[in-house]
Design a protein around this ligand. Sequence first.
Ligand code: ATP
Length: 769
Amino acid sequence: MGDRVEPVPAPSPDLVGIAVERPPLQHQQSTVWARRQQAVCVRHAFKTYGSKKNPNHVLSNLNMTVAKGTIYGLLGASGCGKTTLLSCIVGRRRLNTGEIWVLGGRPGTKGSGVPGRRVGYMPQEIALYGEFSIKETMMYFGWIFGMQTYEINERLQFLLNFLDLPSQNRLVKNLSGGQQRRVSFAVALMHDPELLILDEPTVGVDPLLRQSIWNHLVQITKDGNKTVIITTHYIEEARSAHTIGLMRSGKLLAEESPHVLLSMYGCQSLEEVFLKLSRKQGQANGPPESNVSNNISLASMNWGKKDSIYVTEESGVVGLNFHQSKEVLIHDGANGHLEINGKPISAGKSPKSNGCDGCTGCSDITSVGKIRALLQKNFLRMWRNVGVMLFIFALPVMQVILFCMAIGRDPTDLKIGIVNHETNYTNTSYQGCNYPPGCRFTHLSCRYLKNLSNSTIQKVYYPDTASAVKAVKNGDVWGALHFTENFTDALVARMALGKDADDETLDQSEVRVWLDMSNQQIGVILQRDLTLSYQSFAQELLVSCKQNPKLADIPIAFKEPIYGTKEPSFTDFVAPGVILTIVFFLAVALTSSALIIERMEGLLDRSWVAGVTPAEILFSHVVTQFVVMCGQTTLVLIFMILVFGVECKGDIGWVVVLTILQGLCGMCFGFVISAVCELERNAIQLALGSFYPTLLLSGVIWPIEGMPTVLRYISTFLPLTLATTSLRSILTRGWSIVEKDVYLGFISTTVWIILFLSISLMVLKFKRG
Ligand SMILES: Nc1ncnc2c1ncn2[C@@H]1O[C@H](COP(=O)(O)OP(=O)(O)OP(=O)(O)O)[C@@H](O)[C@H]1O
């Protein structure tokens, strides 16, 4: 046969032994049955990346057949779609259209064992935990595959020797590139899977070891139970494969045994064959529906046996794997039953069935092993980053200390300019502001000034109002106080005359104040202190004159508050929100990048292919973070309540439960972020971006009652709002769970947890596709 591959007409029913145009039901069943007998069978596979507007067609009508017990070398130029095809085979991605059968089942279906322990997958990237030792890596995957620890140890010793690996205690990150690749290969071999899928395992491996890897592959496929699909850029090493699939632009150009390819095209090397076929495809540009491989395989039909139907024989893929050394022939048995290589078989059972081929009854590996592996991985990763862990625990404590020290205390040493025309003032010194004690009405301005708190207010004297006001304008003082020269007389007249006091008397008896209100907190505190000082000055005067001090009060009597204190502090108001915000956003920060890092390292993919489900991954992270959060919550509450004396009138148990629930809620929000975002950078942006809106709208620093109606509704539905109200009610009102304000906080937090978890699960499942 020459180099040219002639276009071949549709296979004649006579030649292939089945009706091609419109197969009867029985034939369709036998077709499906036949596909299930292969290790891998791909039919009419299409896979596109990118948007509908700008699609990148990676697989276009690709057919592939990998017989059981063979080595299949998948060759092709970089970017032709090999990895994409493999990831569809292992159930990591889904095809747009087309069918894939792997070990008799559809990847991703229940009981198929794929993804799972039936496949061993070595991805192109290293996809290992750098902080793990070789042994820990093997333990992790071994447990995921449901192996016993002693089995793992035995297998580990074999693999260490076979792959010439360094000490099992060496950390993966400290190994050379080639050694890391071998560890990755060892992971794929770990559980001795039925189907081994290796994406460029020999890159960076020395020729000697490469040869021994191929020898091993040949060895394990010898008894017909194991199948290997391998991609490589060293085309010539694939001569040891039973079948070679030459791939280009999303199609298989050929699918044959190496020696047939070489003889068919009269070439010395497989590389030449590939070049010839590539040129041919470029020239012919192929009929839209046909796969060049079909033509080649049909051309090779000359070697076929007319009375034998090949397993792969269907819809124009007749004769594929015809020349494989492990060909599987199906005959119509004498009794009308199908036979493989002369042995009668029943549909749905492979000759060496393990009960999984029918895609039923093949229960997955115990979840206990997987959960154990995942938990150990998470805790070990934390342990290996002890510095980070210390920071994780120190951070909330630091935040609480900073909050309690910096927020809510009265400011001190606020400068106030005082102009007192009742006393003498020279530009250089103040002559003193003394007043006689007892019921004496002299220099009342001085008496009032004495009552101004010294720690909050620092008095600075000015000769006239113009200079004092100028000092306020210049920012030298926070306000200016002016007493008229007959302030005392006017004030006494005001008190004595009551309703008969004239305007001038009233005017002269006033303390005039000009405040800088640009800083609201300082302005309000000065207003409060000036007013309270007047009240205590008047009460003191009335007492010394044997009058009822109540005369100085405004006629509204504030009794002891039902909840809280007569002098509530801003700290008490903000503390519940701050406790929850610290715990919530620390959890967001901890988890928002957890899955992204695993995904970027390729670990998530590898774990999924090993059979771990998104729910198991989430569960393991929830457990790990929960432990961390309990520690953080304890520290936050100890420092807030015990060290800084934030009031807690209610049951501390409910405070702890609500705080931990909020931490869980933050963690689940972090999962959503890390499931949605592709890059860590985006996750950080989203986490940071959500911080301020949540803080501002949750009533943590300002009552939501002050918001416009629409914002109030939005605020109510945020995860922190009702929880903050609830915690405030427990801490300051001492309410229990039966109160609506309290239990609503618990309910809303729980609903948010469920919502966030469901979203993360859905996104993870969707992304898996
Ligand atoms: N997740 C993805 N999103 C978009 N495009 C992708 C994605 N993965 C792969 N591709 C594109 O699909 C094409 C095939 O990629 P694939 O990795 O399957 O090729 P390959 O044959 O394995 O290449 P190599 O031999 O270099 O590993 C490439 O053009 C690649 O850019």
